[in-house]
Design a protein around this ligand. Structure first.
Ligand code: ADP
Length: 873
């Protein structure tokens, strides 16, 4: 039961009675056998089937999960973790500090919600983490009779569908969202992989729902691009002067042309009107100027293999799959004199923001959510709850040190690394860019310090996680862009898993090579020396491996792969895999003792020392870095080193501060001032507020398109799922006739005839009164349809049914796709057009609505036209 310190906490009070119930049930569950526990799990499912009430099952389900976790992983959920689980189940965000065990927390609401059999998605930020979590937590689920799925990059549709059918599926935000978009382009129900959404838990929810929320995920086709214009526009910027021809708004990342600028460009291009909609130049010019003055190599992007790759400004992570939209990417390619890649046309797109709002039940976890509380609340209706830590936090956050310039700052950082590491205390330095990491590395070389450097490249995720895991080892210095190896547990004294992999790799490759080259004598003596301290059983399993011809055929690389993937395979099948797993487990128990000693030593040295090299635009990112030390009540220290010319201070610090500091700071010595710290905090808050407002505006704009997408996807899904759409086809035909007759003109009949693909024998529509004419045309439509039906039926009884469905789907997609392009243009236009007194958002919404309204009519015409003309070749 929770003791005193937490009782003051209202969150704890709120859940106290449930926690008590879970704890009481635990005593009872302890006495049950494994199979009795499993039977309890099945009973809960039955109970839910009968009363459809999940709330009444919370305590029992949580208690079961806790017991299953203890029996499978040896981990018993702490009471604070139960609170975390309850918060997640209540559709809120659980803020839990790094190292508090969020992975384990998610199992509680996951098991509970899996009872509904409607599926639970646990979303992580990369494939490596999804895999790791599914394999480890999967043991709990399996124990309780629940199955788990895992989605990984490169999986085919069938495999995806199977994994989504599982009770609980681990998947990245990226894969999940693309699966959703692809599902909504499927022409057959069998191609759809996702089930209807039920419950989703997002890990690192702030990075997904805030930092990445608004970059849309796009499925696109290439379209031809006016490459010339990008190149010319890039050249023209050489003839334009800042503040004369154009102005740069660094804060809002915008560029505006002055009157004089427009004239100058028109002169150079010998054109009349820069803004001419028939032959527009303005977007190319603006993008070229932005590319020159706001987007810098090695800061906002890197050039790799002749391509521009975006670097996430907050995290330093590179994002190879993303491209800036609206021609900016091409403008930067032109600036860097790279070949310009085709502009693409969006076929389907959605932002994470709108995607995750589709879940009827949503919860999130993060170490740093509180500072974005308002945004979570307003946009997602998710409140943030701070969960108490299991043990009191011992981390010391030292006041920032502020230096006169970058030179003094980086030297001070290097010197600090040198001083701190002289005792053996491990250091983790967080940088914002790859370039800065490398510069620091050079400075450390001068001190002859050894270090690891990590850049958060997606292809290195796994390796970086392994290295970050060692960041807590004695004597280690790790330089990492902020997000490198995120989600990885930094254990003081180092993480033994990695060490073990390396050790076993050495042992296995060495002994295999001796056997293969038949140098058994040397091998014997080497063997004994290598394995001092290992058990007899260890040696005998190793020897049996060396008699296994399949094992001997493996290359060194194969062995490396098997070791690295050991934790991915839940049940090894091949016998040498089983042996290798046994050897790993033996080494784990051997090294554990060593690890415990190292852990004590590093704790005595003060734990991990975090060095921040710049305050970020958001306090969250700073807190993420700080939070990498002081895990689970460990000691730890964090300190930020800043300089007057850091972006944040320069742009948002205000001139007073700048002047004050210039006079206060002498040469290389730093300033440590509360005033500055406060003003930095408020600068950060202002930047956050501004970023939030911008996201909010985008969200409001996106809202229109989002509603339209929901309608289209809903209608599309109904068509996709219906056995026959014949009724819709008849309705389309009749509606077309009725509409055309409403504005009866001389050519109406021939228009309809044209649509049906045959001549209607009628001299003049005036011969009939309108009612008779309508009946006549309905009849004609019906006859044409029947004739087509008969013509096609020779190819199979289902042919007409399938054809009708496919034609409706294809045209729905085509219209939607055109609508998307028009909306993009409308969006740009709204930005450029002066609306006078009118509200641009309102105008945008109004026009978007009008554009969308016509789609049904267009669809009807296209479908009937195509269907009645179709033939099988
Ligand atoms: P977070 O994602 O919150 O930073 P992790 O899920 O990576 O934390 O877990 C951190 C470490 O804490 C892991 O090594 C995990 O095994 C351990 N851990 C989590 N919950 C418990 C528990 N109830 N008892 C013991 N260890 C735990």
């Amino acid at each position: 039961m929770l003791k005193n310190p937490f009782n003051k906490n209202s969150l704890v009070n709120q859940y106290q009675s449930l926690i008590n119930q879970i704890n009481i049930l635990e005593t009872e569950l302890k006495t049950l056998s494994d199979s009795e526990l499993r039977a309890k799990g099945f009973k809960l499912k039955k109970q839910y089937e009968n009363n459809q009430n999940l709330d009444s099952l919370i305590a029992e389900s949580f208690a079961l999960t806790r017991e299953a976790s203890l029996r499978t992983l040896g981990l018993r959920h702490f009471d604070v973790q139960l609170i975390g689980g309850l918060v997640l189940n209540d559709q809120k965000i659980a803020e839990m500090k790094t190292g508090e065990g969020k992975t384990l927390v998610a199992t509680l609401p996951a098991c509970l919600n899996a009872i509904t059999k409607k599926g639970v998605h646990i979303v992580t930020v990369n494939d490596y983490l999804a895999n790791r979590d599914q394999v480890s937590m999967g043991q709990i689920y399996r124990f309780l009779g629940l199955d788990t799925g895992l989605i990984q990059e490169g999986m085919g549709r069938l495999e995806r569908r199977e994994n989504y059918t599982a009770d609980i599926t681990y998947v990245t935000n990226y894969e999940l969202t693309f699966d959703f978009l692809r599902d909504n382009m499927a022409l057959n129900l069998t191609d759809v992989v996702l089930r209807p959404f039920n419950y989703c838990i997002i890990d690192e929810v702030d990075s997904i729902l805030i930092d990445e929320a608004q970059t849309p995920l796009i499925i696109s086709d290439n379209i031809s691009t006016p490459i010339e214009k990008y190149i010319v526009a890039a050249e023209i910027t050489d003839y334009l002067e800042l503040n004369i021809h154009y102005k740069v708004d660094e804060k809002n990342k915008n560029v505006v042309l002055t009157e004089e600028g427009s004239k100058q460009i028109e002169k150079i291009l010998s054109i009349q009107d820069l803004y001419d909609t028939e032959d527009p130049w303005i977007p190319y010019i603006i993008n070229a100027l932005k590319a020159n003055s706001l987007f810098f190599n090695n800061v906002h992007y890197i050039v790799q293999n002749n391509r521009i790759i975006i670097v996430d400004e907050f995290t330093g992570r590179i994002m190879p799959d993303r491209r800036w939209g609206d021609g900016l990417h091409q403008a930067i390619e032109a600036k860097e004199k790279l070949s310009i890649r085709q502009k693409t046309e969006t076929v389907a797109a959605i932002t994470y923001q709108n995607f995750f709002l589709l879940y009827p039940k949503l919860g999130g976890m993060t170490g740093t959510g509180k500072t974005a509380e308002i945004e979570f609340e307003k946009i997602y209706n998710l409140s943030v709850k701070e969960i108490p830590t299991a043990k009191p936090i011992q981390r010391k956050d030292l006041p920032d040190l502020i230096y006169k310039d970058q030179f003094s700052k980086w030297n001070a950082i290097a010197e600090t690394c040198n001083n701190i590491s002289s005792t053996g205390q491990p250091i983790l330095v967080g940088t914002t860019t790859v370039e800065k990491s490398e510069m620091l590395a050079q400075l450390l070389n001068e001190y002859k310090l050894s270090y690891q450097i990590l850049n958060a490249k997606p292809e290195n995720v796994r390796r970086e996680s392994e290295i970050v895991a060692q960041a807590g080892a004695k004597n280690s210095i790790t330089i990492a862009t902020n997000m490198a190896g995120r989600g990885t547990d930094i254990i003081l004294g180092g993480n033994i898993n990695f060490k073990i992999q390396k050790k076993l790799y050495d042992i296995l490759t060495l002994s295999k090579n001796y056997i293969v080259s038949k140098k058994t004598n040397i091998f014997q003596s080497q063997l004994m020396r290598q394995f001092e301290g290992n058990s007899q059983k260890f040696i005998s399993v190793l020897l049996s491996l060396l008699n296994d011809s399949k094992f001997l055929k493996l290359s060194d690389i194969d062995i490396l792969r098997i070791l690295r993937e050991n934790d991915r395979i839940s049940l090894p099948r091949v016998s040498y895999q089983c042996s290798i797993r046994f050897l790993i487990n033996e080494l784990v128990s051997y090294y554990k003792k060593h690890q415990e000693q190292e852990n004590k030593i590093v704790k005595n040295l003060g734990g991990l020392y975090i060095v921040g090299t710049e305050r970020n635009d958001s306090r969250r990112v700073d807190n993420q870095l700080r939070g990498r030390c002081g895990r689970q009540g460990d000691p730890g220290t964090s300190r930020f080193f800043l300089s007057l010319d850091d972006n944040l201070l320069r742009l948002f610090g205000g001139s007073k501060i700048q002047n004050f500091m210039q006079t206060q700071i002498s040469d290389n010595s730093p300033l440590e001032s509360n005033l500055i710290a406060k003003s930095l905090d408020s600068a950060q808050e202002r930047v956050e507020e501004r970023a939030y407002q911008q996201r909010k505006i985008l969200f409001d704009y996106d809202d229109v398109l989002n509603k339209q997408r929901n309608i289209i996807y809903f209608e599309r899904r109904q068509i996709l799922e219906s056995k026959s759409v014949q009724k819709d086809i008849f309705a389309y035909g009749e509606q077309i006739i009725t509409e055309l007759l409403l504005e009866l003109k001389d050519e109406t009949v021939s228009l309809i005839g044209n649509l049906f693909g045959r001549n209607l024998f009628l001299n003049s529509s005036r011969e009939f009164d309108s009612y008779e004419l309508k009946i006549y045309l309905f009849n004609e439509f019906w006859l044409t349809y029947q004739a087509k039906n008969q013509e096609l039926s020779v190819y199979g009884s289902k042919i007409m049914e399938n054809l009708e469905r496919t034609i409706i789907l294809i045209h729905t997609d085509r219209i939607w796709r055109e609508h998307l392009q028009k909306m993009t243009l409308l969006r740009e236009a709204v930005g450029w057009r002066g609306y006078g007194q009118k509200d641009p958002l309102y105008e945008y919404k109004r026009e978007a609505f009008l554009m969308f309204e016509t789609r049904e009519e267009i669809l009807r015409h296209l479908v009937i036209y195509d269907l009645l003309r179709s033939s099988i070749l």
